[in-house]
Design a protein around this ligand. Sequence first.
Ligand code: SAM
Length: 243
Amino acid sequence: THFGYRDVPTGQKQKLVGEVFTSVASSYDLMNDLMSLGIHRVWKRYFVATAQVKPGDRILDLAGGTGDIAALLKDRVGEKGELVLGDINVSMLKVGRDRMTDRGNVRGFEYVQCNAEKLPFPDASFDLVTIAFGLRNVTDKDAALREMHRVLKVGGQARVLEFSEVTAAWFKPIYDFHSFNILPKLGKLFANDADSYQYLAESIRKHPPQEELKGMMQAAGFARAGYRNLSAGIVAIHTGYKA
Ligand code: SAM
């Protein structure tokens, strides 16, 4: 296991996204719980529990941030499994590494600073690639999906957990009110940072809905692309395979 932050050139938007996550890194976990009433933990557990994983697999968790997904995945791949956490933001990776170490998760973890659009890994080097609540922050999502496909081994699975389009009409106004009124206020109250949380709400709204993302996965080369809505489409899990 090595600990390497590889420098990558970052564009204008990446810089902005970087600043957002640097400013929220320390309050990130608390905010996730507040914003989702703790439900993000259930989504993440389901996302990992239904992943195509076998003991000893080598897994890339992109936008791995504070390490929630990687820690859950480690339980599934066991002693021999390897987890690479990739994130564009060093502050998020550092919070993730510290938390992993606190939980006793040291062996089998690697931390790599990288942009999802241009991965510093050879072709066919992972059994599973995951990205949870990360794709919507990536500027060139098509490039990121192509890269996820490239680094997968044949037969490997890609999984995307992301906010999506709410399918129940009655729920939409409540959800909008939560996103654009409550969420920035919580951000101000608990993280003294309303702007970052306003940005997060907007990024959720701009993210491609279920069918569009499925089409993007097919265009990136994935076979059997599909999705499943959780909590009436507040989030969706997209999957695809390398044939
Ligand atoms: N996966 C974690 C989770 O589920 O809690 C963290 C999600 S957090 C909302 C989004 C993460 O995406 C941040 O850590 C951010 O630094 C990272 N990120 C944003 N743009 C990225 C990019 N182009 N490449 C890699 N990571 C990126």
